[in-house]
Ligand binder design. Structure first.
Ligand code: MCN
Ligand code: CUN
Length: 788
């Protein structure tokens, strides 16, 4: 995907050309940064060098002396309108701009408004801030120790850094199963902080139009409607009511979850536009994106698994400490503070399970957001897949056979898990056997034995994951109280062409193609005659947006249901035109004909025209329908991945030699798009397995705040993916489809980690935390007496 540079960046000649180019005037560009409006102002942000500090003084004198700098906005300015704090998606609170203190390095401290982008940047450099450093809490374990400095001093009654305790499952039953077990394994697993690296960073253009009494915000958001509601809730009291707000989410250069939250930059840009009456653009740079936007993972897990001598698993027990940074800004359904982590029994028929999670505040940016994760399912899958592998090795059983023995069997679906989920359908052994055949599992095991005799390090790793996507049944799923349904509205024009609008928002997933395919299949209108539109709150029906691989399970279903509503009416119009009874008509996509007389037929195009020109008396004109779809259950896609690694004894480098991925997302709408999703997802599972991590030093300095330190693998490092699929339809989805957008990212890291441990098991290695970097492996080899 090509991302254009901004008109201002890239040299004067380029800049002049771009400004004259009509494609880049209001709404004609493709990305937020392409939106260029007359008299537009630019916003840039002053950020804190300290992870925890009192703000003593902000001196704007020098900044304001710079030509073009119009204002320096501080927390105190926003406080006059009570806009210095805002709610997070988990009903915690988050600073827009601080009044008293900063809580993490790179936090917004003040904002500079200028007539040019360079002016704003110069202004930022000239703002002088006096800080008084405060003690920094980096480690969430230390954050919960008695005597730790209390971070959220803004919360009157808060006496510690504990956010919440959450537990699920039957503790007594689980404890009993552990007492009765023949074999148990226990492992500490850390899943580090990582950050999405979308091609496009976050940004917006906010335009308060006084004449129209309307705020339009072009912004990088995966959930435009929800954002509009949040804006109205935060700023309704200063006149920004929901009907006066229009959020437009244009083309997005990758979201991956990082574009779900509301970031302070958006809110300050809106405030600046309302105050000045001019359009204001804010676009963060790469380092701001990596250092200050919300983060994923950061789970400190202790897991235990119990089994009988014969290798039958019985129970799972997990304790987790979740580092949420200075505020709980996770994009989770509100009832589940740890997301859907309690799908951690995975693909296995476990009779008992209990999981506990504690959230802690630390001096870091908001954590718990997203990185192709399906609400903490990546963490859950990594845990159960590592633990299953550990148990298989402990018992001396082949990890594939061990899995097959313990899988939930096809005839057990719909299956109620020990932690309360109802899995819709699955055939786990089918996918694993297909992966084993594709990769040549038995031969690889023989090769491994030979290599081990020669002292070479080769490992085979499996991950047989179960995903849970498509939130959600609104009974259990809401974000800030907004029920997680989704929508499709179809209008068929008199000439038989159609427009369909959705409450979701593609960021590269190809909705324009796949939604049109669904509608074409249902209605018999060629896909090229259907315009798919998303991302404009003034036109799209209300929906909760695209994340957690919910578009196909929810809005895709809405497309089918809305189509079927249209066909109900179309049948009546056809009956009128054919002078037959509606029940005497047979439907094949695009055509109604009279039973037994196939020549007496009307096409959907004939019917559309009649809907506006010749509809039956008493029937409303037009051919339109809308569906707000509330799924009866989630969908449970799954898959089996097998990976072969070779480890260099001299350097500790892990090379992924082969990687076979068999995915099952039920009925597939577009095989090429699904394969693309799986390829991208695998690359984003490979990345944290071997490269990506954001850590902090003891005073909260971020390590990994630029692409020099935060290693995103390129095509050179990334292995060749060998993909395939099985098809187990979802019984409750109108098209039998399940989501797939995050499956590969959720499933891949465990396959790689399991392969590495498999290569090193005979040396006494039982676990390696991701990212599995060469120094980590080299040290393990050295400690175990293997050197070259
Ligand atoms: N699809 C299909 N058949 C199925 C399932 C899906 O043809 N049985 C198609 C869909 O129609 C859609 C695509 O595959 O075009 C992904 O569908 P789905 O699994 O429903 O996921 P979403 O569209 O809701 O996408 C969200 C998901 C998430 S949560 C992250 S994170 C992620 C991902 O998509 N971010 C992405 N993939 C991404 N891909 C790109 N290019 N950019 C991102 O930001
Ligand atoms: Cu969890 S990343 Mo996707 O849900 O946008």
């Amino acid at each position: 995907m090509a991302l254009r540079t901004t008109p201002e960046v890239g040299g004067m000649g380029h800049s002049i050309k771009r400004k004259e180019d009509p494609r880049f005037i209001r709404g004609k560009g493709t990305y937020v940064d392409d939106v260029v409006l007359p008299d537009m102002l630019y916003l840039d942000i002053v950020r804190s060098p300290f992870a925890h500090a009192k703000i003593k003084k902000i001196d704007s004198t020098k900044a304001l002396a710079i030509p073009g700098v119009l204002a320096v906005i501080t927390g105190r300015d926003l406080a006059k309108y009570n806009l210095h704090w805002m709610p997070t998606l988990m009903s915690d609170t988050q600073m827009v701009l601080p009044v008293e203190k900063v809580m993490y390095q790179a936090q917004e401290v003040a904002a500079v408004l200028a007539t040019t982008r360079y002016g704003a940047a110069d202004g930022v450099a000239a703002v002088e801030v006096e800080y008084e450093p405060l003690p920094v809490v980096v480690d969430p374990k230390k954050a919960l120790e008695p005597g730790a400095p209390v971070l959220r001093t803004d919360k009157k009654d808060k006496k510690d850094n504990h956010i919440w305790h959450w537990e699920w499952g039957n503790r007594a039953e689980t404890d009993r199963a552990f007492t009765e077990a023949d074999v148990t394994v226990k492992q500490d697993i850390y899943i580090p902080r990582i950050h999405v690296a979308s091609i496009e960073t976050c940004g917006c253009v906010a335009h308060w139009d006084k004449v129209q009494d309307k705020l339009t915000v072009w912004m990088t958001t995966q959930a435009p409607h929800a954002i509009r509601t949040v804006f109205a809730l935060v700023a309704g009291h200063v006149g920004l009511e929901e009907h006066k707000i229009r959020i437009i989410s244009p083309d997005i250069g990758g979201g991956f979850g990082g574009k779900v939250p509301v970031y302070p930059g958006y809110v300050i840009a809106v405030a600046a536009s309302v105050l000045t009456g001019k359009p204001v653009k804010w676009i963060e740079d790469r380092m701001e994106n990596l250092q200050a936007d919300s983060f994923a993972r950061d789970y400190h897990i202790t897991a235990e698994l119990a089994a009988k001598k014969d290798g039958m698993l019985t129970a799972l027990r997990i304790k987790t400490l979740a580092d949420h940074g200075y505020t709980d800004a996770a994009a989770n359904p509100s009832k589940f503070p740890a997301g859907l982590f309690h799908v951690c029994t995975g693909s296995y028929d476990l009779k008992a399970a209990h999981v506990e999670v504690d959230g802690a505040y630390t001096n870091k940016p908001p954590g718990g957001i997203a990185y192709r994760c399906s609400f903490r399912v990546t963490e859950a899958v990594h845990t159960i897949e590592r633990m299953t592998d550990l148990m298989a090795h402990q018992l001396g059983m082949d990890p594939a056979e061990f899995r097959i023995k313990n899988f939930i069997k096809p005839e057990q679906f719909p299956y109620k898990s020990a932690l309360g989920w109802e899995y819709d359908s699955g055939n786990y052994a089918g996918a694993l056997r297909k992966a084993m055949d594709t990769i040549g599992y038995a031969d690889l095991r023989r090769e491994q034995v030979e290599k081990r005799q020669r002292g070479e390090l080769m490992g085979i790793g499996i991950s047989s994951f179960t995903e849970i996507v498509g939130a959600g049944p609104s009974k259990h799923f809401d974000i800030l109280g907004l029920k997680m349904f989704d929508s499709c509205e179809i209008r068929i024009h008199p000439t038989g062409k159609a427009i369909a609008r959705f409450g979701t928002k593609s960021q590269g997933q190809g909705h324009e193609t796949t939604y049109a395919q669904i509608l074409a299949e249902e209605l018999g209108i060629p896909a090229k005659d259907i315009k798919v539109e998303e991302g404009d709150t003034d036109t799209a029906p209300y929906g909760l947006g695209t994340y957690a691989s919910r578009s196909t399970p929810v809005a895709g279903a809405a497309a089918a249901v809305a189509s079927r509503k249209i066909l109900d009416k179309a049948r009546k119009i056809a009956a009128h035109l054919l002078e037959a009874a509606p029940e005497d008509l047979v439907y094949e996509p695009g055509k109604f004909s009279v039973k037994g007389a196939p020549d007496r037929a009307k096409t959907i195009q004939d019917i559309a025209f009649a809907a506006y020109t010749n509809h039956p008396q008493g029937m409303e004109a037009g051919l339109e329908a809308v569906s707000y779809y509330d799924p009866p259950n989630l969908t449970y896609p799954f898959g089996s991945y097998i990976c072969v690694v070779d480890i260099d004894k001299g350097t500790g480098e892990v090379k992924v030699r082969r990687f076979v991925a068999i995915d099952d997302c039920g009925n597939i709408i577009n095989p090429m798009i699904v394969q693309g999703q799986v390829h991208g997802g695998l690359s984003m599972g490979f990345a944290p397995a071997l490269y990506e991590e954001i850590s902090y030093d003891e005073i909260g300095n971020v390590q990994g705040g630029s692409f020099i330190d935060y290693l995103v693998p390129t095509a050179v490092e990334t292995p060749k993916w060998e993909t395939g699929h099985t098809i187990t339809p979802s019984p409750h989805h109108p098209l039998g489809a399940k989501g797939v957008g995050e499956s590969a990212t959720v499933g891949a890291p465990a396959a790689i980690a399991n392969a590495v441990v498999d290569a090193l098991w005979h040396l006494g290695v039982r676990h390696v935390d991701i990212p599995i970097t060469p120094p980590k492996i080299w040290r393990l080899l050295r400690d175990n007496g293997v050197t070259e």
